[in-house]
Design a protein around this ligand. Structure first.
Ligand SMILES: Cc1cc2nc3c(=O)[nH]c(=O)nc-3n(C[C@H](O)[C@H](O)[C@H](O)COP(=O)(O)OP(=O)(O)OC[C@H]3O[C@@H](n4cnc5c(N)ncnc54)[C@H](O)[C@@H]3O)c2cc1C
Length: 569
């Protein structure tokens, strides 16, 4: 990786809502280079070598990926990819970790999720918030795969609204905690090291609970549509006494720890999905290049070819925004929560559409139960729902952007938008990174000349986003917090602009490093993605002015009144 500058920097996407393009945050694109490249290549090779013998069907039948698999991955340190070498991990950067997660996503959605639960959200709270003692105590076993970690947040009455937890932790006179409550849908819930989120009189807490503690029980496990080797558990706490030294951070930090972990963890879902999309494309290609109908190969029909091209362009765009975001983390940008949320939404939606296209191209073949796409269909459907449901993420992005803009407009600041963090996740408290109204050029600086037209287009889109966001604030005032259709369009527009910037940055970096390829193929795929996404952004922003929202609300009321379809034929 190029030199890492750890000084806190402001949020790139909040800047977009203010009409700013902070080129220095995204240019040059953070390619994995130097020593880090060597380490990442070695980890990718190790994962590939091992995964070649992994059997997803066997894991599914067994209902667990297999203790032997975890042991073998542990021996390769692939269960501790970002954990520091001193604790037995590989010490990879965020970009490096996410790059290896692509390999897991390519091979099997379930194994990718088990790895993600253990590392991205299970081990991450300790890694980010543990003291040296806590890290020394738990990280070596977790990195080596001798123990598995879980992230224990969701409850029967608490899903997206994670602030309102019911699990209760009572502080005891000796500083320990007495934990009571029930959690559900917990991956690795019956395993070893659980970061449990609860409320207490001192605010939210994050407690490390270990397998075997008195009062801790799990099960029965959930039977699920997909991800069947993921061992999804109910977890019960009946007067579980948790020692004082198992508290992460301070009392009151629990919600922040949960949200920061998710912000950080979402990125590997993005790259695991792009790994999956590459596999879908290959499966589709293999089929349409060999299957003949109407005296020719299916690939020779334009509507077939268009689906393959769409998938390739989407993967290109998604890779660009995913690795731009991981690069922000590696460069020490403190506030990457919006980029991480946008990448998660983009990956999970586009991954699903890509799977649908591949499925279509396979015809009836993919509908057969033992087909990998049939399994992927079951495994991938959860991605738009967990680790932050996509609509909740859209609201989060828009409200954070609007809040930044409202604070920046003296005459609008008085409407005081409430903190979207509490409703939708922790609002990044990066005061040092607050965006000022400094005049700055609104063009992306440093792009390759091949993209100068696109750079101008993006500049125009950013101005329109800012105008639209300002218009929303002035039209709706504080009520903009309830205007989710406005929020959705603003979030989609911001996300589209971000992914275009990422794509320009990525292709520019490749052209700068390797020269513009003579084949023109990479420029073509980048251009195709950029133009498609530009049109999508235009549609979203136009939709703020011209839409059917009033009908939507009326129909919604009719559905409520009739408790279903309201019309007779
Ligand atoms: C396979 C699987 C694995 C999981 N693993 C874990 C785990 O390891 N640890 C853990 O803690 N949890 C885990 N979960 C729980 C998961 O994170 C939750 O399912 C998720 O947070 C959504 O909560 P919910 O399902 O209760 O949906 P709800 O919160 O009830 O929401 C349902 C839908 O309502 C809509 N909605 C909700 N709120 C809003 C809003 N404010 N604005 C607009 N629309 C809204 C969205 O469309 C949303 O998808 C897992 C779940 C599954 C199914």
């Amino acid at each position: 990786m190029s030199t890492v500058d750890r000084t806190p920097k402001p949020s790139f996407t909040k800047g977009l809502f203010l009409g700013q393009i902070q080129s220095e945050l995204v240019m040059p694109f953070p390619l994995i280079e130097g020593d880090e490249r060597v380490r990442v290549d070695a980890a990718v090779a190790s994962a590939r070598e091992y995964l070649a013998s992994f059997d997803p069907w066997k894991a599914e039948e067994a209902g667990w990926v297999g203790d032997d698999v975890i042991r073998d991955l542990g021996e390769r340190k692939l269960t501790g990819m970002f954990v520091d070498e001193k604790y037995g991990g590989l010490g990879l950067s965020q970009s490096g970790y996410c790059r290896v997660m692509e390999e897991f996503g390519y091979v099997d959605g379930t194994l990718a999720v088990v790895m993600g639960v253990h590392q991205s959200i299970g081990t991450k709270p300790l890694y980010l918030f543990g003291t040296d003692d806590q890290k020394a105590r738990w990280l070596p076993d977790l990195a080596a795969g001798r123990k598995l970690a879980a992230f224990v947040l969701t409850e029967p009455n608490v899903g997206s609204d994670a602030y309102n937890l019911e699990t209760w932790a009572e502080r005891q006179s000796d500083g320990s905690w007495l934990l009571n409550g029930e959690k559900r849908w917990i991956g690795n819930g019956s395993k070893d090291v659980l970061t449990v989120f609860a409320r207490s009189e001192l605010g939210h807490v994050a407690l490390i609970v270990e397998k075997g503690m008195d009062g801790l029980s799990t099960g029965p496990r959930f039977e699920t549509l997909g991800l069947r080797a993921n061992n999804l558990q109910r977890v019960h706490f009946n007067n579980v006494r948790v020692p004082a030294e198992n508290l992460l951070g301070e009392p009151g930090d629990g919600f922040r720890i949960a949200m920061n972990t998710l912000n950080n963890g979402r990125m590997s879902m993005g790259t695991a999905i792009s790994g999956g999309m590459k596999r879908f494309l290959e499966i589709a290609y293999d089929h349409v290049s060999t299957r003949r109908q109407f005296d020719r190969h299916l690939i020779d029909f334009e509507m077939v070819e268009e689906k393959l091209a769409w998938m390739a362009a989407q993967i290109y765009g998604l890779e660009s925004s995913s690795y731009l975001t991981t690069g922000l983390v590696d460069a020490g940008v403190a506030d990457f929560s919006l980029e991480s949320a946008m990448t998660k939404v983009e990956a999970s939606d586009r991954g699903w559409y890509a799977l649908n296209r591949a499925f279509q191209l396979l015809g009836g073949e993919a509908f057969m139960n033992r087909h990998p796409l049939a399994k992927a269909l079951r495994d991938f459907r959860i991605f738009p729902i967990f680790e932050g449901s996509n609509d909740v993420m859209r609201a989060y992005v828009a409200l954070n952007g609007l809040k930044a803009l409202s604070e920046d407009l003296p005459d609008v600041a008085s409407i005081k938008l409430s903190d979207p963090g509490r409703a939708f996740g922790e609002l990044a408290p990066y005061v040092s990174g607050r965006i000022g109204r400094a005049l700055r050029p609104e063009r992306l600086e440093g792009a390759h000349r091949a993209f100068s037209g696109r750079v101008s287009s993006v500049a125009g889109q950013v101005v329109r986003l800012r105008d639209a966001a300002e218009g929303a604030l002035r039209t709706h005032g504080k009520k903009v917090q309830e205007k989710q259709l406005v929020q959705k369009r603003l979030a989609e527009a911001a996300s589209g602009i971000y992914s275009q910037i990422a794509t320009i940055a990525r292709a520019s970096a490749i052209f700068a490093r390797d020269g513009e390829p003579i084949s023109g193929a990479e420029k073509t795929v980048a251009m195709n993605y950029l133009k498609k996404t530009e049109r999508e952004v235009g549609r979203e922003l136009r939709g703020l002015e011209i839409n059917d929202d009033k009908y939507v609300a009326q129909i919604g009321r009719s559905v409520r009144d009739r408790r279903g379809y309201p019309f007779e034929l």
